[in-house]
Design a protein around this ligand. Structure first.
Ligand code: DGY
Length: 324
């Protein structure tokens, strides 16, 4: 009889991780690799010991609280877990883990990529060239903005924001300011070159580039709304690698269209995979399909981090990365 814990991966993972998990667990794979319907998730809760979802799965109370539930661990593949109702999980005695640390650098790299693309108009330039509309070099062609000495304002100052600060400061000579619920330790401020700004309104008004690094969820919903966009400098650039709903997308479309801010670089959207049609029509926004952690190395490390949490849980040890 097979006594190995039965686990479900809601999407395909890298083969290294799938092979590793198959050595320890009875693994159900989602061969079609499309998001599972709520009914399929509810069914999986009844016949698995753990499920390993991603950002595309809504694990709310109606999924967690199924009669005859067997699942005792949700091993999330990803650091953000606003798609999981952790309060309901805690109430029902279901543990939840995530994958911090291992995706910090890749996600910070992507924030820097968007920062460069948006300030140097890279998407716009490539579109012009591919459309056969490039007429040759000229002194005033597609001028962007330099970064040295400019203020990068970070909203949220967790691991990914700090890594972004280090890269922007060391590589591009940017000045770093941040707003967060708590002020960081002096040594973190020193090492990242970051200065604390106690008010988000002041941070957005004073920065040349604003990069968002907060968790998603009700507390940060539309944190960047029409009023905050209106406080930004006319040449300011907004970068979002956090969660789409942190920004009021319709208000952002208006601000970009009317050139009240100069550009944006987005990796996340309010209703993924749908992208606001207003954004698609604009030249001054760079749009990437939620690629923050998408390197082979990082996606494998994320899976291995889920595996560590699963192995700890089924060995009766505390989770490495508990969130509920
Ligand atoms: C993360 O790790 O939070 C990514 O955005 C995917 O969920």
């Amino acid at each position: 009889m097979n006594k190995r814990p039965r686990i479900l991966l809601t999407r395909r993972w890298t083969s290294e991780v799938e092979n590793h998990l198959a050595e320890h667990f009875d693994v159900t794979l989602n061969e079609r690799d499309v998001p599972l319907a709520p009914e399929a998730l509810r069914a999986a809760m009844r016949d698995h010991d753990a499920i390993c979802p991603t950002v595309t799965d809504r694990i709310d109370a109606s999924v967690l609280d199924v009669p005859g539930r067997r699942v005792r661990l949700i091993g999330n593949y990803g650091v953000g877990y606003n798609h999981i109702d952790v309060a309901a999980a805690a109430r029902l005695g279901v543990q939840v883990s995530n994958t911090p640390d291992v995706l910090t650098d890749s996600t910070a790299d992507l924030a820097i990529l968007l920062l460069l693309m948006a300030t140097r108009r890279a998407g716009e330039g490539e579109r012009e060239l591919r459309a056969g509309q490039w007429t040759g070099w000229r002194p005033t062609h597609m001028m962007g903005q330099s970064l040295a000495g400019k203020v990068l304002g970070l909203v949220g100052f967790g691991r990914i924001a700090q890594a972004t600060a280090r890269k922007a400061h060391a590589a591009f000579g940017m000045q770093i300011a941040y707003y967060g619920r708590r002020r960081a330790e002096p040594q973190v401020e020193q090492e990242t070159g970051a200065r604390f700004v106690a008010s988000l309104d002041d941070l957005v008004a004073g920065a040349d580039v604003i990069s968002l690094h907060t968790p998603g969820g009700a507390e940060t919903f539309h944190l960047i709304d029409a009023a905050r966009l209106a406080r930004m400098k006319p040449h300011a650039v907004l970068i979002n690698t956090a969660r789409g709903p942190v920004v009021d997308e319709a208000a952002l479309v208006d601000a970009l269209r009317e050139h009240r801010i100069s550009a944006a670089g987005l990796d996340v959207y309010e209703e993924e995979p749908r992208v606001h049609p207003g954004l698609l029509a604009l030249q001054n926004v760079v749009l990437l399909p939620h690629l923050g952690s998408a390197t082979h190395e990082t996606r494998t490390a994320m899976g291995m981090r889920v595996a560590e949490n699963l192995e700890a849980f089924f060995a009766g040890r505390p989770l490495r990365d508990p969130v509920a």
